[in-house]
Design a protein around this ligand. Sequence first.
Ligand code: GLC
Ligand code: GLC
Length: 807
Amino acid sequence: MKFGHFDDKEYEYVITNYNTPLPWINYYGQDGFFSLMSNTCGGYMFFKDAKLRRITRFRYNNVPRDYGGRYYYINDNGTIWNPGFLPLKTKLDSYKCRHGLGYSIFESEKNNLKCELLCFVPLNDLCEINQLTLTNNSKETKKVTLHGVVEWCLWNAVDDQTNFQRNWNIGEVEVDDSTIYHKTEYRERRDHYAFYHTNIKHDGFDSDLDTFLGLYNSWCDPSAVLNKTSYNSVASGWAPIASHMFNLEIKPGESKTVIFQTGYVENKEDEKWEKLHVINKEKAYELQKKYATKEQVLKAFNNLKTKWVSLLSTLKVKSDNEKFDRMVNIWNQYQCMVTFNMSRSASYYESGTGRGMGFRDSCQDLLGFLHLIPEKSRERIKDIASIQFEDGSTYHQYQPLTKRGNADIGGGFNDDPLWLIAATSQYIKETGDYSILNDPTPFNNKEGSEKPLIDHLRASLNYIITHKGPHGLPLIGRADWNDCLNLNCFSKTPGESFQTASNFESGKAESVFIAGMFVLYGKEFATILNHIGNKDEANKILAEVKSIEDATVKYGWDGEWFVRAYDAFSNKVGSHECEDGQIFVEPQGFCTMARIGEDLGFGKKALDSVEKILTNDYGVEILHPCYKEYHIELGEVSSYPMGYKENGSVFCHNNPWIVIANTVIGNNERAFDVYRRNCPAYLEDVSEIHKTEPYIYSQTIAGRDAKNYGEAKNSWLTGTASWTMYAASQAILGIKPDYDGLMIDPHLPKEIKHAQVTRIFRGIKYNISITNNASGKYQMTIDNKPIDGKIIPYNKDITEVNVIITL
Ligand code: GLC
Ligand code: GLC
């Protein structure tokens, strides 16, 4: 069952039924001010960091679901409704929510009163604009009261939900004409405030929640709305909100527009005040003036749209598969932008109060983002590398506001260091710019510890080389990519973290997955070293690669697939010898991508096993059979009920590894088959089962052993976005940035007979026409001349290249 449809021309998903199985959300913002917006107007806003700088309040496990947003109440002669259906749930005569790239447009109508609500965060400004237009389509003049409202968060989102003994005393606002300023804690150590402003004079306001709602009322029956009034309340402590009321008289055929703006301002310490207790509003006024008219709003909105058209022009495909095209051209790239911005911090599943930016997550997010904005990627690589320690190990996470490593979680995830090589090498391939290797980058953000970035990459490899176990395989530490494989934590205490309570430092548990990574990215680093003329060092690295490769062939192969790990007692994990968890997907993907045991046919066999044992209707499950019991020696993986999360769901993140691995062994049909199974556009028709947004990848889809087989969770913030982008563009379409030029090596399935791709690469526009006769033969011509090989050498003197590929 569908709840809407794609509008590819507008780059939108149009939700036409507000009863979506879960909130279907969207993200706004690019540099500082970010918002989440659901299809019922729920969600929240924050500046840079959803934990430390939360602007509006949201209660994640609220009942009912998804309350807390920016709400508009329209009281039309006693019929009260909201353009986004919630909170009142008044049945609408028509409803559309168009989620576009960085904006949403709600179009709804009730009793011949039409509402259009345009919501977005403009480029380069710290505010969210909500432009609301009411049009009277009836034959009589309507007298309508309109209330707009947001609820402030007291900045630190954790404190806000916990420290009530203090919180109920500190809320402060300033009310000034058409603006309510939220200035809690501004008198003391904060230098930022938020405001809620409307472009026309209101007929009343409220800034105290209890007054606005009325005692024991909820968002579903606010006293002010029911009584068509405002109480002009000025909050002092308790829960500050911002609400403005308008009495609008709208003639037949007439439209009236109100522009609501929620803004954020920072002031220098000595410029905080206009006078005692009156905040300096200069910057707020500037922002308010910029969005005071419909024309100004429209211009900013068009700028945003144009920005996206230009971003997406870097890579475009027109093939005979509409679903593939819309994911590659629009939604997959869009999700890559969101994961780049958010890492795993703030979504409807990540509360924004827990994790900040992940070292491994953010490195991987770059793989699908780099081509969009290389400059931002460079900065990000530096931020990430700055939380590495001198021995090559790394903090696991950092807070976006402070950019400092998160000491609560610490380090010890032994895959982390290698992801830095994945991101940096991809950056060089995209840009051809080796100078990043010389960027002075500190260790653990310590001033004076700066070394060229290349020394960080060296340290990464060195950490693995110096931390090997009894089989010569890399030690796993607290976990590798699979956070839930905790082989050095023997946890019996409820609630204890499986990762940070490492309490059984065996010095023995090894990861075949990290071995695969080391081989893949070790070779990559050697290639870079050769390019910059460090041949001897490259050979040394290749010798280390060989040693781990040999160990993997010897101890990491189970007969039909790669072993997953060795536990603290050197017993195998992910082997036919085990009762449960006999096969894990991760090493099958990574060791095949690294071509370990290629001459022995390992990759082919491993991927056959993946198809036979792990593949279900919605993709490839992470392991099989699911763990039926808790295994103290394995950790969190066995804590999940069967078929959920790391215990046997389709953990979508590693499905693209199987796609890529299949192209490595030349099985194009199967590569596309895996791609298709969890591709959201393909799951749109079964949205009632899949439940999450049909335009966005989710982290996990319940596996065959789960009660709710096929149900997805944790949409948006997942490495699935970037890895699938990488798999679709670089493996299936085969458009691969490489050190010396653009490689074109498509692995299209038979069903895609033709694909026309434009790719802007290092400033050159490549028009690539691929015809797939599935002949097994490859031919490339450039400007009608046949070319040997698959790489188009980079030539800075040309601006456009026409390439024809036949397969
Ligand atoms: C989550 C984490 C990621 C981890 C994965 C598997 O997606 O963000 O870092 O690799 O789970 O456990
Ligand atoms: C990963 C996993 C999740 C686990 C978490 C622990 O994100 O996906 O299942 O709870 O790591 O840090």
